[in-house]
Design a protein around this ligand. Structure first.
Ligand code: SF4
Length: 215
């Protein structure tokens, strides 16, 4: 073997080693947690009952524009809501400010999101239902759609982190059984928020990681 081949291979080896050991991977102005590639996830509603709409200290986080969308389209959404939800929204408004000062969806008591409806003991999102039936143009809060990705602002960019919540254990089991990594399960919301090009980059990173770990 010639020296230059050894050199190139050594550099390549160390590059792969660094890549495989990275916990965060930079793609453009985004830092992506390695956990989105290494963990598996497929929501398993019959097992988890959609409890992400029920558990937690406050409602779903909303961007400013999303809070405006809810305010503007609340009359159309109301047609899908239960009387408990209507009462909560009439009393609190279509969105509220939580203890951390963030805009979030209102809750019923300290329990489920006011926009949740239950069918066969499974919580569903009425905002999404209204959107799918063409009643409104706002699909659902990005924070719900992207879950279990949590987005954190860092400097001029953002970090996409994996949030591990005990109630989602059935999703981790189902995702592992079917071999679906977290980022791929979230293809639709990732493309909705960050575009197809960014999603394609995630696929590339995933395939490089797989190559690196099998070499
Ligand atoms: S995010 Fe978790 S709790 Fe919500 S539907 Fe998926 S697995 Fe169930």
């Amino acid at each position: 073997m010639r020296c230059c081949e050894i050199g190139v291979r050594t550099i390549y080896f160390f590059a792969l080693l660094c890549f495989t050991e990275m916990s965060m991977i930079q793609i453009g102005d985004k830092i992506v947690s390695r956990e989105l590639f290494d963990n598996h996830f497929i929501c398993d509603l019959p097992s988890c009952h959609g409890n992400c709409c029920v558990f937690g200290d406050s409602g779903a986080p909303l961007e400013d524009e999303e809070a405006d969308e809810l305010s503007n389209q609340i009359n159309e959404i109301k047609a899908y809501l239960r009387k408990e939800s209507l009462r909560a929204i009439d009393e609190q408004g279509s969105w509220v400010i939580d203890d951390d000062g963030d805009k979030v969806t209102p809750l019923i008591g300290r329990e489920e999101c006011a926009y949740a409806v239950f069918k066969k003991e499974i919580a569903w999102c009425t905002i999404e239902q209204a959107y799918e039936e063409g009643a409104i143009s706002f699909r659902k809060p990005v924070s719900c759609h992207l879950y279990p990705i949590r987005v954190n602002k860092i400097g001029n960019g953002i970090a996409l982190n994996y949030h591990r919540w005990g109630i989602c254990e059935p999703a981790r089991i189902k995702g592992k059984e079917e071999g679906v990594p977290v980022f791929r399960f979230l293809r639709d919301p990732i493309e909705r928020v960050y575009g197809k090009e960014f999603y394609d980059e995630l696929e590339l990173v995933f395939s490089e990681l797989n190559k690196a770990t099998t070499e």
